[in-house]
Ligand binder design. Structure first.
Ligand SMILES: Cc1cc2nc3c(=O)[nH]c(=O)nc-3n(C[C@H](O)[C@H](O)[C@H](O)COP(=O)(O)OP(=O)(O)OC[C@H]3O[C@@H](n4cnc5c(N)ncnc54)[C@H](O)[C@@H]3O)c2cc1C
Length: 387
């Protein structure tokens, strides 16, 4: 693929854009004020088949690549919406697809593709261990044909709006494994039956509307049949899904960045102060121009990473770099847009402050900037390991 081939996705962009226009910025603004979940938007997107982009046709999906999937998420953010309400289904599903049994795939994937089941919750982070996943404390202890799960997760987004959760838990205590990455396993938890029977979900209020929660496990029984792949190999399954996640998030950042730049340019042209459009002042113009350059440059890295991913080639470095530069570029564009709007940048009615809060997240989640730099330092540049 070359950059100009992005034009090939024009039809896809237009089709997603058409759905997004039915959910204008006022829709997202009102949800934000009420901290409400965009149920109607997610339903519409699911019914149109877009959330099943990465599910193979044999299982009822559209069998597209990460490139196309990333275009879908980009367009949502580009329109002023927030793909974080539903993006996880795209990358979580990959774990089931790559490591699930034939029976699991036959049972779940067509139902996810058809919208009968939502797999939007991903239970990794814990309050006491943070980014250091191997230290997680949630334990799943085998007892005959099921596991008994005890522990706690934090920042588990969309758990209240998902039927299934992909959960990572320890099945062998840390003291009993040779390598700390061993002894973790992945489960598919059916939240429809688990809530009230071993699972308690508590919403967490955050600076943006993100439907995130704390999840408590108290002797939750999970059938052995719901374990994905082999016991003890969960860390590798988790790592396997990260490149897709990084690329998809990078695309959301590019979408945000383009939304901000478009807004900043229009406002800089329209706003008259001292009898001239503020955009005539290079003090306003140059920061917008620089932010635009950085968003477009980040897009190239995202395209490169997606291209490698879809060709089945290693892309860890590119996927991580794409996420880093795209998150930085969208944050720069957000800042520049607030500055361009002046006081109105803080007014809810203009949506800039909402998008500003939303795009700030990408510096921290799903992976923080420092951890990407650490990956690049150690694994790409061969610098000494620091932890
Ligand atoms: C709104 C929101 C939604 C989320 N959704 C989910 C979800 O659905 N599922 C899920 O499992 N998790 C989710 N997360 C969790 C998210 O992935 C973590 O917040 C993120 O990975 C950082 O972990 P932490 O918050 O525990 O930070 P910590 O690990 O405590 O780190 C705190 C800070 O220290 C830095 N740091 C830590 N160690 C080092 C080091 N060795 N070198 C340099 N810097 C370091 C980090 O980069 C970070 O900036 C969500 C978080 C938020 C805020």
């Amino acid at each position: 693929m070359t950059v100009s081939n992005v034009e090939l996705y024009r039809d896809l962009r237009n089709a997603v854009g058409e759905i997004c226009r039915r959910f204008p910025n006022s829709y997202w603004r009102e949800l934000d004020a009420d901290l409400a979940y965009p149920d109607e938007f997610v339903r519409t997107l699911t019914e149109a088949g877009y959330l099943a982009a990465l599910i193979p046709e044999a299982y009822g999906g559209s069998g597209l690549g990460v490139m196309e999937a990333s275009v879908i998420l980009e367009e949502i953010n580009r329109s002023g919406g927030n793909a974080a309400a539903c993006h996880a289904q795209m990358y979580i599903m990959g774990t089931l697809l790559r490591h699930g049994s034939d029976e699991q795939k036959r049972h779940y994937l067509p139902r996810i593709a058809g919208g009968e089941l939502r797999l939007q919750a991903f239970g990794v982070t814990e309050p006491t261990t943070g980014t250091d996943t191997t230290q997680l404390k949630t334990m799943a202890v085998r007892d005959g044909d099921h596991y008994v799960v005890n522990g706690q997760k934090v920042w588990i987004s969309r758990a209240e709006h998902s039927d299934l959760m992909l959960l990572i838990a320890r099945t062998t205590p840390l003291e009993a494994v040779k390598k700390k990455t061993e002894g973790l396993s992945v489960f598919l938890v059916d939240l429809r039956t688990a809530v009230g029977n071993g699972v308690t979900i508590r919403p967490l209020r955050t600076m943006m509307n993100h439907a995130t929660t704390e999840v408590f496990f108290d002797n939750l029984k999970v059938p052995v049949a719901n374990r994905i792949g082999e016991e003890g190999h969960g860390f590798r399954y988790l790592i396997d899904g990260l490149n897709a996640e990084r690329i998809l998030i990078a695309a959301e950042c590019v979408g945000d960045g383009r939304w901000f730049i478009e807004r900043a340019v229009k406002y800089a042209q329209d706003r008259i102060v001292f009898n001239r459009p503020i955009g005539k002042n290079q003090g306003i113009q140059f920061p917008i121009a620089r932010a635009h350059v950085n968003v477009e440059a980040a897009d190239l890295m995202r395209i490169r990473a997606a291209e490698l991913f879809d060709a089945g080639r290693p892309c860890g470095a590119e996927a991580n770099m794409a996420k880093l530069v795209a998150a930085d570029a969208s944050w720069e564009a957000a800042n520049v847009t607030v500055q361009t709007y002046g006081g109105f940048g803080f007014a809810e009615d203009y949506d800039v402050e909402r998008k500003f809060r939303e795009t700030r997240l990408y510096q921290v989640a799903p992976i923080s900037t420092n951890l990407i730099l650490s990956y690049i330092g150690e694994h790409v540049l061969g610098l000494p390991r620091s932890f």
